[in-house]
Ligand binder design. Structure first.
Ligand SMILES: C[S@@+](CC[C@H](N)C(=O)[O-])C[C@H]1O[C@@H](n2cnc3c(N)ncnc32)[C@H](O)[C@@H]1O
Ligand code: SF4
Ligand code: SF4
Length: 358
């Protein structure tokens, strides 16, 4: 009961902040390091080509300077790259929480280092951020997942991570975990097989908190070469997965409810290519990369400015210009949970209408 009241308060806080024009969510890519070899995302190639650039990533003191200056955030997502490859990830979460007293912390992971992730998530859960959500990427059954992600033992490790996190989730009321399935040309149409597999393994509780994502083409993912593969055949198979996922989404967790509405609107996005709801980017939400560049969103990651040049201050006038530019020139249009979920929370009438339709 307390949890539901806290959740409603948090959602209300976000909506009020947005109406007042405040930024309430930051997607912070903590690192470009990555130990996977995915086919739908080429972030892993960044440091293969330029390993010395890892030294340019923000240090803890800079993280503190950045987040002290955005103390009114409610929600931070620590993404990457593989965020758990940052040896100071727990300190990053701690510092952000000290600066902003956030209510929601979300961290996606490829789940390739089960013991390390279990240890760090336990430390992060102790920070008592009310809604701490860890999603482990799982793109199919054993053979499919390992092929999509280019790592032989990738599936076994992701399942090991999910099992460990599911277990520690029982010790911490504030911690929840699920899996994230990204529909790409390499796995489209195979979600049902994965759900059957998870049910057989007794991991059924994870299914109704799943996050389903459609592969997008973006500078962030460095995957321009995939554009021609996102064709009508892909879209039909993706709609099969979306329909399958909709049957399983829960009604009692934040992720389940957001997932439900996201999926109820995803097929239309695939057919029209239009973002279904007005978007919070460059106002309610921002993207910060590992070198302190600020951009409107993960899809448009071309920097607006670098926080190292502004004394780690956000520049409201540059954000205003970016919003104007989005209005005038439009944007690539997207529908990925890391951008869509905050737009759903701030559009309550749209959210409830589409929650009821499903
Ligand atoms: C960029 S990754 C970062 C976290 C971690 N490395 C992982 O793989 O979970 C976050 C999520 O984005 C998804 N993703 C990767 N490429 C994508 C693309 N081209 N379009 C949409 N989502 C994508 C991943 O599958 C993953 O679930
Ligand atoms: S999806 Fe995650 S694991 Fe795969 S290459 Fe991108 S950042 Fe790395
Ligand atoms: S691409 Fe467009 S719709 Fe998607 S998050 Fe960015 S601004 Fe919003």
């Amino acid at each position: 009961m307390l949890k539901i009241r806290q959740l409603l308060q948090t959602l209300q806080e976000i909506e009020f902040a947005y109406r007042r024009g405040q930024t309430f969510k930051v997607n912070f890519a903590t690192t470009w390091q990555c130990n996977s070899r995915c086919q739908h995302c080429n972030i892993w190639r960044i440091y293969i080509d330029r390993p010395e650039q890892v030294k340019q990533e923000v240090k803890l003191g800079e993280v503190e300077a950045i987040f002290k200056n955005c103390s009114r955030l409610t929600w931070v997502s620590l993404t990457g790259g593989e965020p758990f490859l940052r040896s100071d990830l727990v300190d990053i979460a701690r510092i952000i929480n000290e600066c902003c007293k956030i209510k929601i912390l979300s961290i996606p992971t490829n789940g390739l280092t089960p013991e390390l992730i279990e240890r760090k998530v336990t430390e992060i859960a102790k920070l008592k951020i009310p809604f701490t959500f860890i999603s482990v990427s799982l793109d199919g059954t054993k053979e499919i997942h390992s092929r999509v992600r280019g790592v032989d033992l990738g599936y076994d490790r992701a399942i090991d991570t999910l099992t460990r996190l599911d277990a520690i989730g029982r010790d911490f009321e504030n911690l929840s975990c699920g899996f994230e399935y990204t529909i790409s040309p390499f796995n489209a149409g195979s979600l049902k097989l994965l759900i059957d597999d998870l049910n057989q393994r007794g991991l059924v509780s994870l299914v109704n908190k799943a996050t389903v994502t459609i592969t997008h083409i973006a500078d962030f993912y460095r995957n321009e070469s995939l554009a021609s593969e996102l064709d009508d055949t892909f879209k039909l198979k993706a709609i099969e997965d979306i329909t399958e996922a909709s049957k399983h989404m829960g009604r009692t967790s934040l992720n389940g409810l957001l997932g439900r509405v996201y999926l109820n609107t995803a097929s239309k996005y695939l057919r029209t290519g239009q973002t279904p709801v007005s978007c919070t980017a460059a106002r309610g939400s921002l993207f910060i990369d590992p070198y302190a560049n600020v951009a409107p969103c993960t899809m448009m990651s071309k920097p607006l400015f670098n926080l190292r040049d502004t004394g780690y201050q956000l520049k409201p006038e540059l954000l205003k210009e970016a919003r104007q530019d989005l209005k005038t020139n439009g944007c690539p249009q997207c529908w990925t949970p890391c951008e869509a979920y905050q737009s759903l929370i701030t559009n309550t009438s749209f959210f409830f209408k589409h929650l009821l339709i499903g």
